[in-house]
Write a protein that binds this ligand. Structure first.
Ligand code: FE2
Ligand code: FE2
Length: 162
């Protein structure tokens, strides 16, 4: 897409494409984690956020539309790495304590997503694109809320299995 970034707008477009890839990776990961989780409550948390992630993908597609740019899929090696690490840890972990691992994997991804949206929103605000900022903020708020729920669940699981 871009070989050398010269303008903030180019960075924004590249990162927007990476965010779309990130959300698709995140959706795959949430489905995997839902299958691996032991507790029904944690499974429910993952399936709820998978539903939100589908909305987030639609919001990102809308951002491309609003900005009048072609949808792209820049690479997102970090989310792929996080998913790979999570899978490896699940394979190595006893079923009895696997919820500890699935929650850690999901929490890592949420924090990465939060950072991606904070960077995109800073750029959208600077470009004076309020509709774009609003769409990205919807996604950011869902990620923040989910990360809080995951952190709370991680504390409960850690305490219960200590
Ligand atoms: Fe997301
Ligand atoms: Fe998320």
């Amino acid at each position: 897409m871009f070989e050398h970034f010269e303008r903030p707008q180019e960075l924004f477009e590249y990162r927007l494409g990476a965010a779309l890839t990130m959300e698709h990776d995140s959706l795959d990961m949430l489905r995997e984690l839902e299958m691996s989780a032991r507790s029904d409550e944690i499974k429910k948390l993952f399936s709820h956020h998978a539903h939100e992630t589908e909305e987030q993908i639609a919001n990102l597609e809308r951002v491309f539309e609003v900005m009048g740019i072609e949808q792209s899929d820049s690479p997102s090696p970090t989310t792929k790495g996080l998913a790979k690490e999570g899978e490896a840890m699940i394979r190595k972990t006893d079923e009895r304590i696997v919820d500890n691992v699935v929650l850690a994997a999901a929490l890592g991804t949420e924090h990465y997503e939060i950072s991606a949206y904070q960077t995109l929103i800073a750029a959208a605000d600077a470009m004076g694109a309020p509709v774009v900022s609003e769409l990205l903020n919807k996604n950011l708020e869902q990620e923040k809320h989910t990360s809080e729920e995951l952190a709370a669940a991680a504390r409960t699981v850690a305490a219960a299995t200590a």
